[in-house]
Write a new protein. Structure first.
Length: 575
C-alpha cells in the first residue's frame, strides 16, 4: 500500500480525459492463401499463420501453452533442424483483446526448396493437432511460463509493461491472473485448442525468398530528396505535472557491490547478490578472436562448432539434455558466450547442465555432415546478401590488405572441414583462463563460488594462451561505396573511419561522453534534432564507437543514417 500511495501522490494531478467507444470487432473465417515475397535476408523464411483467440477468450491460456509446446526443442517442429531440413524453427503468437495470430516459422538456406519445407511444416502441424501432445511437454511449457514470470520481476520496465498489459490491454486485475490461468491448463485443453485452431484449411502461407541485389560500386552522391521535417520544430512547453516530475529528479546511490574472485584454473568470477526475485542468472564470456585463432584454410570452423552446442553433451543426447532443462524450467545456451536463467532452487542442477554443455559438448560425428552442409549453405547466402556486401566493403575500405578482420568463411573452406578440425579449435579457443562468469540473483558470493568451483573447477587450459590481440592499423583513406538493395524502400547510410586510438587510450571515455551528446541517445541528441526534427533528412540517426577491449587495433567511429532519399533502396558506405 505504501507504493500505491506514492503512485497516487505522483500521478493524481494528471487531468483525466474521456476515451472514445471502441469499435465492435466482426471476424470472418480466414480464406486459405499464399504470399510470395523477396527479401534481402541471408536466408529464406516460410511462415504458416493461423487465426487465434484474443486475450478475453477462455482459450487464451491454453493457446499460450500450446505455442510454448510447439516452440520446444523437443517438439516435432524443431526436429527439422537436426534433420537438416531447416536452419531453425519456431512458433509464436501475437495477441489483441478480441483476436490473435499464431504462426509457425522455418528458416531455409538460399537455393533450398521452400515449398518442400512448407509441406514438411504442414504435415507436422497436422499430425501434432491430430495426435495431441504428451503431458511431459505440456508441463514443461507451463514450467517455463512460470519461470519467465518470476524473471520479469527483475526489471522495472518489464514489470511496468506486464502490469500495463494486464490492466490496460487484457482487462485483468493483475498479471497473476494470467499465471493462475496457465497453472490451470490441462493436457486435454492444449490438445483441444490445437485441433481447433491449427486449421490448415484456413491458414496463410508466406514465403520470403532471398534474392541478391547486385555487387557494390563506387559512387559520388545520393538520389532524390524527401523530408521528415516536423510541422513544429520549436521547443514545446511541458504540462505542469511533467514540470513537477522533472523537478523531483535525483541520481540514486548505487546498490551494486559485486564480489570478484579468480579461481585456481584462471576463471574470473563476478557475483552480485540480488533479492528482488527467486531467480539466478549466469552470464559467461570466453575472450576469443576467431580471425586470430582459426588455422589458415579453416575459416568457418567457429560457426560449425557453435551449432553443435544444441546437440547436448557427451553424457546426454540432444533430447535428454533438453528434457533435463525442461524439468527445472531453465533457459540455457552454450558457446563463447553462454548463459543460464533458472529459479534459485534449481541453481545447482542448472549450473551442472550448463557446465556439462560448455565443457563436454557432444560434437557427434553422425551429425557432422548435416551441420557442415547447413553452415556452408547459410554462408553462401551471406556472401550474396546486401548487408554482408556492405559490411565487407566497409571493412576493405577501413583496414589494410592482410588485416585479420578481412578473413571470411566461404562454402569451400567450410565444406573442407573435418570433425577433428572442430575438436582442435574447441580445445584451442575454449579455456578457463580466458573466461569470465557473472552470477546475479538470490545467492551469496560464497554459495556462487562454491557451485562454480564444483562444476567448472575441472576445466583445465591446454597449451599456451592463443594470441587474440589484433595488430595496429593505419588511418583509412576516404572512399564511397554503394550497395544496391532492391527490397529496401529507404537508404541505409554509414559513415565510418578509424580514429588512431584504442579503448585503452585515456581519451576514450571523454570521446564516449561527447558521442552520447552528438548521437548516442536518440531523441535528445544533436544529430537527431538537426537531421530529423529540423531538416527532415533522415528517419533515424545514431553514432557509436567500436573498439575491442585492450586491442592495439584501431577504434572505429560510425554514424548510421536511415534516410528516405532514394527511389529504390541502397546502402551507402562512406569512409
Amino acid at each position: 500500500m505504501r507504493h500505491l500511495d506514492k503512485v497516487k501522490k505522483l500521478f493524481s494531478d494528471i487531468p483525466a480525459k474521456e476515451t472514445s467507444n471502441r469499435p465492435v470487432i466482426h471476424t470472418q473465417p480466414v480464406i486459405r492463401g499464399r504470399i510470395n515475397l523477396k527479401t534481402d535476408r541471408l536466408y529464406g523464411l516460410v511462415s504458416i499463420s493461423f487465426c487465434m483467440p484474443g486475450f478475453d477468450n477462455p482459450d487464451y491460456a491454453a493457446v499460450k501453452v500450446l505455442s510454448d509446446v510447439l516452440s520446444s526443442k523437443r517438439c516435432n517442429l524443431y526436429s527439422l533442424v537436426p534433420e537438416g531440413k531447416a536452419l531453425d524453427t519456431d512458433f509464436n503468437i501475437s495477441t489483441l483483446p478480441k483476436l490473435g495470430l499464431g504462426y509457425a516459422v522455418a528458416l531455409f538456406s538460399n537455393g533450398a526448396d521452400a515449398m518442400a519445407l512448407v509441406k514438411e511444416v504442414q504435415e507436422i502441424l497436422s499430425r501434432d493437432a491430430k495426435n495431441g501432445f504428451s503431458a511431459d511437454l505440456v508441463e514443461a511449457a507451463k514450467r517455463h511460463e512460470l519461470t519467465e514470470a518470476e524473471f520479469r520481476k527483475n526489471s522495472v520496465s518489464d514489470l511496468a509493461m506486464e502490469w500495463s498489459q494486464a490492466l490496460a490491454v487484457e482487462g485483468r486485475r493483475s498479471p497473476e491472473e494470467d499465471t493462475k490461468a496457465i497453472e490451470r491448463v490441462s493436457v486435454s485443453d492444449v490438445n483441444r485448442v490445437a485441433r481447433k485452431y491449427l486449421d490448415l484449411n484456413h491458414s496463410i502461407v508466406a514465403i520470403l525468398t532471398p534474392v541478391a541485389s547486385g555487387q557494390p560500386a563506387s559512387s559520388q552522391g545520393l538520389s532524390v530528396k524527401d523530408s521528415f521535417t516536423s510541422q513544429n520544430t520549436k521547443p514545446v512547453k511541458l504540462p505542469q505535472w511533467a514540470e513537477n516530475a522533472l523537478k523531483r529528479l535525483s541520481v540514486p546511490s548505487s546498490a551494486i557491490h559485486p564480489v570478484v574472485t579468480t579461481l585456481f584454473n584462471g576463471l574470473r568470477l563476478i557475483v552480485q547478490t540480488e533479492s528482488i526475485s527467486n531467480t539466478v542468472s549466469v552470464y559467461g564470456h570466453i575472450m576469443n578472436r576467431p580471425e586470430m585463432e582459426i588455422p589458415k584454410g579453416q575459416d568457418g570452423v567457429d560457426q560449425v562448432l557453435d551449432r553443435f552446442f544444441s546437440f547436448g553433451t557427451t553424457s546426454q543426447d540432444r533430447l535428454s539434455f533438453q528434457k533435463a532443462l525442461d524439468n527445472i524450467g531453465a533457459y540455457e545456451s552454450a558457446g563463447t558466450d553462454f548463459s543460464l536463467q533458472v529459479l534459485t532452487g534449481y541453481f545447482d542442477k542448472g549450473l551442472q547442465l550448463l557446465a556439462d554443455n560448455e565443457i563436454h559438448p557432444a560434437l557427434p560425428e553422425a551429425a557432422f555432415k548435416t551441420v557442415r552442409q547447413q553452415v556452408a549453405a547459410t554462408t553462401s547466402g551471406v556472401l550474396q546478401s546486401p548487408n554482408y556486401l556492405g559490411e565487407r566493403a566497409l571493412k576493405v575500405a577501413l583496414f589494410s590488405k592482410g588485416d585479420p578482420t578481412l578473413r571470411q568463411a566461404t562454402p569451400t573452406t567450410i565444406s573442407s572441414l573435418t570433425p577433428q578440425d572442430v575438436r582442435d579449435y574447441y580445445k584451442k579457443a575454449f579455456r578457463p583462463d580466458l573466461t569470465t562468469i557473472v552470477v546475479i540473483g538470490r545467492i551469496t558470493p560464497e554459495e556462487a563460488k562454491s557451485e562454480i568451483e564444483k562444476y567448472f573447477g575441472e576445466w583445465k587450459a591446454v597449451g599456451p594462451k592463443p594470441d587474440i590481440l589484433l595488430p595496429p592499423v593505419p588511418l583509412n583513406d576516404p572512399s564511397i561505396t554503394v550497395v544496391p538493395d532492391t527490397s529496401r524502400v529507404q537508404d541505409n547510410v554509414i559513415l565510418a573511419e578509424t580514429l588512431g586510438l584504442n579503448r585503452s587510450n585515456p581519451e576514450y571515455y571523454a570521446l564516449e561522453l561527447g558521442n552520447h551528446v552528438l548521437g548516442g541517445g536518440f531523441y535528445a541528441t544533436w544529430f537527431y534534432q538537426d537531421l530529423r526534427m529540423k531538416s527532415g533528412l533522415v528517419y533515424y540517426v545514431s553514432s557509436s564507437f567500436d573498439g575491442g577491449g585492450q586491442d592495439t587495433h584501431a577504434l572505429c567511429g560510425e554514424i548510421c543514417l536511415w534516410s528516405n532519399q532514394c527511389i529504390q533502396g541502397t546502402r551507402h558506405y562512406r569512409t
